[in-house]
Design a protein around this ligand. Structure first.
Ligand code: NAI
Length: 295
């Protein structure tokens, strides 16, 4: 595996632009390309001035904007951006035909040892892999919006992706300040499935007149939104009590039916005495004296 120093981002729109800033501010050399040299060049101007704006507001650390300005450049074409890159990330329109065509061009222009990622949110990596010459070096690297600020990234390997490629992508994302996790190839992947489950309930409470959209946003941002910044959903269950969550699910299941059914593995855990940090044994394993903020 070559060490990743140079990153090409194909598609300089909302996500591609943010992804380019992420790598450029972390010291990688980054080239952005779009449908024409003019589009890429105007994206470059936007991304650099946006970076200074973020820094002024305290959203970027001091020096980050200068790093974006120094490390980011616009390419003349997709081919030019890809030729020297160690890692190429495709972030064009979410359309399988457009992505297939662009991935074919990327693959033809890339070095044989380059890693190619797609930022698709909804298209199976196993469907897209046939667009590249060497599927062993291809995978889904799914950033979240807004990419410069959200640390998480979902990684999805196809059934042909080389494990060393996944490891190299994890390493490079960690170096760029991200917190990636590997997940399976399922529609919506993990974060969107969970987010849409929450969103569906959020729409329901508004439609039922229980709360306004503004009230829902205020509560989510200031209650579990904040907690989820510190802990994942399972760590919260372990802290609050696995048995407590089972009882609460029971009450919600009585009220709303199967969509709030007690998850089978939650019932099994409670039956096995896994009641959370209070007993030192939770869904995430044995806690002992572990510092909970490190979960
Ligand atoms: P966007 O519309 O802002 O940007 C797409 C860019 O691709 C545009 O600049 C467009 O000119 C360029 N493009 C289109 N065809 C091209 C071609 N043939 N060659 C070179 N460049 C081309 O879209 P956005 O929101 O940035 O989405 C990009 C990808 O990221 C999609 O796959 C989307 O599903 C994914 N994504 C989007 C998120 C979001 O919240 N918007 C979140 C996570 C992933």
């Amino acid at each position: 595996m070559p060490t990743i120093h140079t990153v090409a981002v194909i598609g300089s729109g909302y996500m591609g632009g943010g992804i380019a800033q992420v790598f450029a501010k972390s010291g990688f050399t980054v080239l952005i390309a779009d449908q024409s040299a003019e589009v890429a060049s105007s994206a470059l101007d936007r991304l650099v001035s946006e970076a200074y704006g973020f820094e002024e507001k305290g959203l970027f650390e001091l020096g980050a904007a200068a790093a974006v300005e120094a490390n980011l450049a616009a390419a003349e074409s997709v081919e030019q951006a890809c030729a020297q890159a160690d890692l190429i990330i495709e972030a064009v329109f979410e359309n399988i035909d457009v992505k297939t065509e662009v991935l074919q061009r990327i693959s033809a222009a890339a070095r044989g040892d380059a890693v190619i990622g797609t930022n698709t949110s909804t298209i199976s990596v196993n469907k897209l892999k046939s667009a590249v010459e060497n599927p062993a070096r291809f995978m889904n690297i799914h950033f979240f919006n807004p990419a410069p600020f959200i640390p998480g990234a979902e990684l999805v390997a196809s059934d042909e992706t080389d494990e060393a490629v996944v490891d190299a992508v994890i390493e490079v994302l960690n170096a760029a300040g991200k917190r990636p996790a590997v997940v399976g190839d399922t529609p919506g992947m993990v974060v969107n499935r969970i987010q849409y489950a929450m969103l569906s309930e959020a729409f329901r409470v508004v439609e039922e007149g229980v709360a306004s959209m503004e009230a829902v946003d205020t509560l989510v941002r200031n209650s579990f939104g904040f907690r989820l910044g510190l802990f994942g959903p399972f760590a919260i269950v372990d802290q609050a009590g696995v048995d407590v969550y089972k009882s609460s699910f029971g009450i919600l299941e009585d009220a709303f039916g199967p969509r709030m059914a007690i998850p089978e593995s939650l019932s099994d855990a409670v039956a096995a005495g896994v009641h959370g940090t209070k007993v030192g044994k939770g869904l995430l394993g044995d806690y002992g004296d572990q510092d909970l903020t490190a979960i």
